[in-house]
Design a protein around this ligand. Structure first.
Ligand code: NAD
Ligand code: UFG
Length: 337
């Protein structure tokens, strides 16, 4: 199938393009490169032996998007493009509403105009807010605590409205838990700008000597060792979830929601220790205050995705850490090297 991938040059998008190409699909990428580099897609082409048609364009540029749809006539859209930093969204909410909401609106309008009705959306476990219980199932109540999360929930709501208004739309909402790791080749991976917000790129930068020690945000949570617990999922497994969603839509119509996680929760200290196993030495860390807005525990019940789409995460924490480390050590300065 010919699939338009927005944000395809980014971390999850580049891994998904690789999986799609390896499964016989054709990919057209639209990305404004505000948080990515053209190099990621060159490497996906090299790994897959296939070519990607790339358009450097902003989704909010209605004329550019219209031209791309008119020329390419995609059969489905996977929508990754968006800004994703929680603290930045708190500081600059209008930037987030403009980029994430207006960009998505333009995309829906083009899809309707050109009769493209298959859509996969990058949603997030953030839409569950602070869950009362774990594991989290797809029908748990939804709530958000920051502008980034609100853009995800708003887009989910827009999609639920679209599915009611126009039954031609086939939509899969994928709620990701914590994507980490990198393709096993070490050629593509996560390349954050500046100081990483997220735990794993921070740890890998400590390992290669770019940062002094890991900051552990809080050790007084109601968890087995007091540090926050998350459901880390290998980005290659996550990427495969998108290919499965595209295949699923060909048989199942309407709107469907799936958690993509492993169902296993690891604490911050568990993750640090898993990296220590990979590198064979201790990783320096210091315990700090809790980070505002963090919750204690978050992990998925991923059984619906397995039952419905036949998707299940294959990689464990040791592989996630080994692959994240390989990417960081082969590319200490990310794609900028
Ligand atoms: P990323 O920043 O690496 O990728 C997003 C891509 O979108 C970038 O390449 C960026 O240049 C592009 N982009 C942003 N705004 C654009 C616009 N207006 N027009 C065109 N391109 C634009 O992020 P990622 O980690 O790959 O995340 C992909 C998606 O998954 C995002 O929507 C994110 O919110 C969602 N998500 C990510 C996580 C995570 O932890 N990484 C968790 C849950 C959900
Ligand atoms: N943490 C640290 N030190 C750090 C960074 C994080 O101790 O330097 C801790 C956090 O307190 C948390 C855990 O590590 O307990 C994971 O934090 P991340 O920042 O890696 O990930 P989050 O769970 O906070 O959020 C991520 C994405 C969100 C997304 C969410 C659910 O950043 O965008 O997963 O999908 F919404």
């Amino acid at each position: 199938m010919k699939i338009l991938v927005t944000g395809g040059a980014g971390y999850i998008g580049s891994h998904t393009c690789l999986d799609l190409l390896q499964n016989g699909h054709e990919t057209v990428v639209v990305d404004n490169l505000c948080n990515a580099s053209r190099e990621s897609l060159k490497r996906v082409e090299e790994l897959s032996g296939k070519s990607i048609r790339f358009y450097e364009a902003d989704l909010r540029d209605a004329a550019a998007l219209d031209q791309i749809f008119a020329k390419e006539r995609p059969e489905a859209v996977i929508h990754f493009a968006g800004l994703k930093s929680v603290p930045e969204s708190v500081a600059k909410p209008l930037l987030y509403y403009d980029n994430n909401i207006n960009g998505t609106l333009q995309l829906f309008q083009c899809m309707q105009k050109y009769g493209v009705y298959r859509f996969v959306f990058s949603s997030s476990a953030t839409v569950y807010g602070a869950p009362k219980t774990v594991p989290i199932q797809e029908d748990f109540p939804l709530s958000v605590t920051n502008p980034y999360g609100r853009t995800k929930l708003m887009i989910e709501d827009m999609l639920r409205d679209l599915a009611v208004a126009d039954p031609k739309f086939d939509i899969v909402l994928l709620r990701y838990f914590n994507p980490i790791g990198a393709d096993i080749s070490g050629r593509i991976g996560e390349d954050p700008n500046g100081i990483p917000n997220n735990l794993v790129p921070y740890i890998t930068q400590v390992i290669v000597g770019k940062r002094e020690y890991v900051r552990v945000y809080g050790n007084d949570y109601p968890t087995p060792d007091g540090t926050g617990v998350r459901d880390y999922i290998h980005v290659t497994d996550l990427a495969q979830g998108h290919t499965k969603a595209i295949e699923y839509m060909q048989q199942h119509h309407g709107l469907h929601v799936f958690n993509l996680g492993t169902g296993i929760g690891y604490s911050v200290l568990d993750v640090i220790h898993a990296f220590e196993q990979v590198i064979g030495r201790e990783i320096p860390y210091r315990t700090m205050e809790r980070r505002p807005g963090d919750i204690a525990t978050c992990y998925a019940d991923p059984s619906l995705a397995e039952k419905e789409m036949g998707w299940k995460a294959r990689f464990g924490i040791a592989e996630m850490c080994a692959d994240a480390y390989r990417w960081q050590s082969m590319n200490p300065d990310g794609y900028g090297a």
